[in-house]
Write a protein that binds this ligand. Structure first.
Ligand code: HEC
Ligand code: HEC
Ligand code: HEC
Ligand code: HEC
Length: 288
């Protein structure tokens, strides 16, 4: 339900609507409450495509899985000195140059630097625009493919709504398509906390090198497979669960778990006791 026409919504004062933004994002932002199908609730997105002659209310299901995100994760500006109508600057296209051309053509600047008097454009968060220009969009992926992967619980498969970095769940987000596991080179870059800033070129070099090595390994592997007359696709053992994988590599988990219990019950208490005695002694010496 639309409580305000877009213009009267925009004219409201922030202080007046503050109490409404306790839950800034809700189910209804992306879903029709009756049918639960995905829908667009932000007029600015619909209008931006309308100006390009596209009707996104007729989008494919896969496109909707990105367009719901494009309601917010985009570049925008407020059009008109008084009207300040929320507008997406995509009339000329989605690249940085296209958007700059558009802004120049309407002489829009976000602000003028008060000391140098330089007119300045401030980008918001052009995630959708940049995504459209990458390989994954070209191959037909949507935002939800990586950020909302399917999850199974109690036999029910559903869309994971805990939207976060896909790198927290590489198995669910990436390995659905990329069957290879994380390699040493990727880990070397990802495990460093500030690497992307401290040495971005070195990180890009390592990752580029890792992709190249992955390609070389594939070529070598396909040679070996053809020499051995292995039929493609290669049949893998069933390692879909931890239990099955442990059995496959020959771990006797019952024996190992028993040994672990004995260790926890006998050795660890001795360590704790020794540490406590040592600490007590140190405390006494300190007090002296
Ligand atoms: C940011 C957008 C967004 C928000 C907010 C959101 N969803 Fe979803 N939801 C999605 C997407 C994308 C899908 C996947 C749709 C598909 O591919 O069929 C989905 C799927 C679903 C489904 C279909 C079953 C499934 O798991 O695939 C249900 C039910 C659902 N959402 C319920 C909710 C509820 C309840 C809320 C609020 C608590 C909510 N959603 C909030 C984007 C959203
Ligand atoms: C109604 C606006 C809105 C919609 C729709 C929306 N987002 Fe967001 N998103 C936000 C805001 C606001 C934040 C928080 C930004 C912050 O904390 O600085 C955010 C944060 C995120 C983050 C970072 C989460 C983290 O762990 O910090 C990711 C990833 C993300 N969104 C992806 C998506 C994807 C994918 C979709 C579509 C399925 C989507 N968003 C739809 C507004 C939105
Ligand atoms: C092929 C997988 C993939 C697709 C598709 C994808 N993303 Fe991402 N996204 C990632 C990865 C990987 C990161 C980096 C996360 C990190 O550095 O921890 C990321 C980061 C982000 C972040 C920053 C999250 C943060 O924690 O700061 C946002 C926001 C985001 N994506 C939104 C989107 C939107 C919107 C779309 C669709 C227009 C999209 N993504 C499509 C994989 C994907
Ligand atoms: C739904 C399938 C799918 C998912 C999910 C997916 N990818 Fe991809 N990815 C592809 C396809 C298809 C390509 C293009 C391959 C090509 O053309 O050679 C690709 C390409 C790539 C490339 C090469 C990029 C380039 O510029 O050449 C990288 C790196 C990559 N993916 C990483 C990831 C990561 C990390 C994730 C998880 C966050 C992920 N992908 C999730 C399908 C997927």
């Amino acid at each position: 339900m639309q409580r305000w026409a877009p213009l009267s919504f925009i004219k409201n004062l922030f202080a007046e609507l503050g109490k409404e933004i306790v839950n800034p994002i809700g189910c209804q932002d992306c879903h029709d409450p009756k049918s639960m199908s995905l829908r667009i609730t932000r007029p600015a997105l619909v209008e931006a495509f309308q100006r390009k002659g596209e009707d996104i209310t007729k989008s494919t299901h896969q496109d909707m899985r990105s367009l719901v995100c494009a309601q917010c994760h985009v570049e925008y500006y407020f059009k008109g000195k008084d009207e300040k109508y929320l507008t997406f600057p995509w009339d000329d296209g989605f690249t940085a140059e296209d958007i700059e051309t558009y802004y120049d053509s309407i002489q829009h600047v976000d602000f003028v630097h008060s000391i140098s008097k330089t007119p300045i454009l401030k980008a918001q968060h052009p995630d959708y625009e940049l995504f459209r220009l990458g390989i994954h969009s070209e191959r037909g992926l949507s935002c939800a493919d990586c950020h909302m992967p399917y999850k199974s619980e109690g036999g029910v498969k559903f869309t994971n709504h805990k939207i976060q970095s896909p790198l927290n769940n590489i198995a669910g987000s990436c390995q659905v398509c990329h069957r290879e596991s994380e390699s040493w080179r990727w880990d070397f870059v990802a495990a460093s906390h500030g690497g992307s800033f401290h040495a971005p070129l070195e990180c890009a070099r390592i990752l580029g090198n890792s992709i190249e090595r992955g390609e070389q390994a594939r070529v070598l592997l396909s040679e070996i497979l053809s020499k051995k007359n292995v039929k493609l696709p290669v049949q893998y053992p069933d390692i879909s669960t931890k239990d099955k994988a442990q059995k496959f590599i020959g771990l006797d988990m019952e024996k190992l778990n028993n040994e672990k219990s004995v260790f926890l019950e006998t050795v660890v208490p001795q360590w704790d006791k020794a540490a406590e005695e040592r600490q007590d002694k140190m405390n006494l010496e300190y007090k002296k």
